[in-house]
Design a binder for this molecule. Structure first.
Ligand code: PHE
Length: 401
């Protein structure tokens, strides 16, 4: 019968001594039975585990249950048991696996001997096998299936557009979303207090009034500040595209979101002309929307480009007819044309801000463009509400998987 801690009612010296010797005898007998390291672990845990080991139980049952005047004696006996049990556990010897020596390996010059395991190792006993079996992992069981996500339609569109320009030799640049007034406005030729700033519906970071205006923080309203940041770092010639998030103080509705995405483009070299701009963007639109698409430039205004234009493509929903069967085509408002981006030749005033890095407006010229990715994704996938892109509804997103 395995030893269990008896309740003590009699705390006399003889009774205590008897209980102690019974306990130690049991421990010694169990120590004699230990054959291998797995059994040794079980044995050690049974007696010494902090949580519910026999020593802990004795502490609970004997010491805490003892009358006040017997506490001292009981405590002394308990310490004795602890020490003796500790020694008994320590004294148990189990066979150790001897270190490998060269002799174990079959000699490659002779034929390999039949391999029956190392005879010098202790054979597995039944308990070891049970222990191993209880911890065995069945590697043939099917795993947990994790559904593979899909690229978000806006990000997918972004990658597609960036890819078109990468094939033309453009590299990718990025910049911060929280931007200074200097990069978002001043260096892009929006002078302080100029009314052109009003068009940007800017979200300003609070508590910036004590700083000089150009250092005040805001959420960038376009990706154009990265034009300046890149030109400060890289000398001409450069060809870059800049994908990123921008913010404007627009209340959300089916076609507006206070957060949206843009891709900016910038090419600077000697002798870049408006013809290069037209050719590049015409190629890009055909690569994105199909070769039958036509492009069309209308004059516009941006403080950082001169001349400036808006690029229109033939509506890829109605093919430019303005009609869908007998119905009016909604995406192009029956005009047959869809505005896709703003662009123009880099204004010499912009180069003035980075002149020291090789951008002398007398020597270099360039073009820039900026497009709204979300709007293009809406058109491309025939989605009629921009909010769907940002609500994270899986039923919507799954359709792009
Ligand atoms: N930054 C402009 C906007 O957000 C777009 C643009 C980029 C226009 C580059 C011209 C050149 O409206």
């Amino acid at each position: 019968m395995a030893y269990t801690v008896p309740k003590l009612t009699d705390y006399s010296a003889e009774a205590l001594e008897k209980a102690v010797s019974e306990c130690l005898a049991a421990c010694e007998a169990e120590a004699d039975e230990v054959r291998n390291s797995a059994e040794l672990k079980l044995f050690r845990d049974r007696w010494m585990a902090r949580k519910n080991g026999i020593l802990t139980q004795i502490n609970e049952v004997w010491l805490k249950g003892s009358p006040k005047d017997a506490k001292r004696d009981a405590g002394r006996q308990l310490n004795l048991i602890k020490e003796q049990v500790g020694q008994l556990v320590k004294a148990v010897k189990v066979p150790r696996v001897p270190p490998l020596t060269e002799d174990y390996w079959p000699n490659p010059t002779t034929t390999a001997p039949a391999w029956h395991g190392r005879p010098d190792l202790p054979r597995l006993c039944v308990e070891d096998e049970a222990l191993i079996a209880s911890q065995r992992v069945d590697v043939t069981l099917p795993g947990i299936r994790r559904p593979i996500g899909a690229e978000h339609p806006v990000i997918r569109t972004m990658h597609e557009i960036v890819g078109v320009f990468q094939k033309l030799g453009y590299s990718v640049a990025e910049g911060p979303v929280v931007e200074t007034d200097y990069y978002n406005f001043e260096a892009l030729n929006f002078p302080p207090n100029h009314p052109a700033r009003d068009t940007q519906d800017t979200l300003f970071i609070a508590g910036q009034q004590s700083k000089p205006q150009r250092e005040r923080l805001l959420l960038r309203t376009h990706t154009s500040p990265v034009q300046i940041r890149t030109m400060e770092k890289m000398r001409p010639p450069i060809r870059i595209v800049i994908p990123g998030t921008v913010h404007r103080n627009d209340p959300p509705d089916a076609s507006h979101s206070p957060m949206f995405h843009q891709i900016e483009g910038l090419a600077v070299d000697t002798n870049i002309t408006f013809g290069d701009l037209k050719g590049t963007l015409d190629h890009a639109m055909k690569a994105l929307f199909g070769t039958s698409v036509k492009t069309h430039f209308r004059p516009s205004f941006f403080p950082f480009t001169e001349p400036s234009a808006e690029l229109y493509v033939t509506c890829f929903i109605c093919g430019g007819s303005g009609k869908r069967g007998p119905d009016p085509c909604r995406p192009c408002k029956q005009t047959g044309w869809i505005e896709v981006l703003g662009c123009g030749m880099v204004d010499p005033n912009v180069f003035e801000f980075v002149k020291d890095n090789g951008y002398d407006p007398k020597k270099v010229s360039g073009f820039a463009f900026g497009m709204g990715v979300d709007r293009l994704a809406l058109l491309k996938y025939g989605v009629d509400d921009i909010q769907l892109f940002f609500q994270g509804d899986v039923r919507f997103l799954e359709q792009f998987g």
